[in-house]
Design a protein around this ligand. Structure first.
Ligand code: PRT
Ligand code: ZN
Length: 283
């Protein structure tokens, strides 16, 4: 079977998590920082390491079959690629921000103002949607310092914690678009067997991340209360303990659900609660 090629970021914010996701899928490869391509030894896949900005174009042109990249980059490059799977990392928001003491209060106040950004395409589309005429100043990095240098009245940049805005005397003003890392594919790949298997592995890793394996001990008489609280993959497994009248309950539960139920489980008599990570869940 012909290998598929997947493009991931060579270095930067998405590199480590992209590599980790592929490794968690059971793929065995050397993560050579210096090479541009590596072969997975136990799966029909080659990995290309690229600048994130180049990934959508490589996939659109079919040089790579698949890619992992932020949605912001796909939109900015206006590439025609297929969204295959949201990956839950690299989460951020492209925001408009203004100096703390700015008199801009409303989106319409941006009319006639200048906005510095590395995302001119997304920004232009956003402004057009709100019928705003502003002067877009395209700069490739350190956008946050533009207002301080007198280059612009506002900026449009990616924010995750908000720390960079704050330390540059800026405040968020409006959200332009949310983004996270996405698995994309070239056109016509949908039925490909290697892709189907890779997607199944990725989805089982993502599912496992949201869930925990929980074991707890309870007196047999309290078991109905506990099983009612726990709705796992199926009904929980119940195993007798050496101590007469006690059982251990094993189940799989979403982490959010678990934290919401912990106090009710304790009041229902649960003891010795152990929570463990899960590697994969195959449905
Ligand atoms: O070299 P290459 O071109 O591949 O990488 P790059 O420098 O263009 O991108 P990189 O590695 O910085 O980011 C890759 C992707 O990560 C982006 O396209 C986003 O989808 C996503 N991402 C998630 C972020 C952030 N969080 C983020 N915080 N990208 C950039 N930032 C920057 C932002 O530009 C700003 O300078 O971090 C600063 C703000 O962070 P906070 O936490 O202070 O708000
Ligand atoms: Zn980039």
């Amino acid at each position: 079977m012909k290998n598929l090629k997947i493009a991931i970021q060579k270095s930067g914010r998405l590199n480590e998590k992209s590599v980790q996701l592929l490794k968690n899928c059971g793929l065995d490869f050397e993560n050579y920082k210096s090479s541009l391509i590596t072969t997975v030894s136990n799966f029909n896949l080659e990995i290309l390491f690229l600048r994130d900005d180049d990934i959508p174009g490589y996939v659109e042109e079919g040089i790579a079959d698949l890619g992992i990249v932020g949605e912001n980059v796909i939109d900015e490059t206006e590439s025609k690629v297929t969204y295959l799977q949201r990956l839950g990392f690299g989460k951020c928001t492209l925001k408009l921000a203004i100096p703390k003491d700015s008199d801009i209060q409303d989106l319409k106040d941006l009319n006639g103002k200048s906005i510095a950004t590395s995302y001119p395409v997304i920004l232009q589309n956003f402004l057009a949607e709100y019928n705003i005429q502003a002067d877009i100043q395209e700069i490739s990095g350190s956008v946050e310092i533009a207002p301080g240098l007198g280059l612009s009245d506002a900026i449009c940049d990616i924010v995750s914690t908000g720390g960079t805005l704050k330390s540059n005397g800026l405040k968020p003003f409006a959200d332009v678009r949310k983004s996270e890392a996405i698995l994309i594919g070239r056109d016509g790949l949908e039925e490909n067997e290697i892709l189907c298997e890779l997607l199944q592995r990725i989805q089982s890793v993502l599912r496992a991340k949201e869930t925990k394996y929980v074991v707890l001990n309870v007196e047999k008489s309290n078991l109905p209360l506990i099983t009612e609280l726990l709705h796992g993959v199926k009904s929980p497994t119940v195993v007798p303990l050496a101590e007469e009248g006690w059982v251990a309950v094993h189940t799989v539960i979403s982490e959010d659900d678990f934290w919401g139920k912990i106090n009710r489980l304790k009041s229902a008599g649960a003891q010795g609660i152990v929570v463990m990570p899960i590697e994969k869940i195959i449905l």
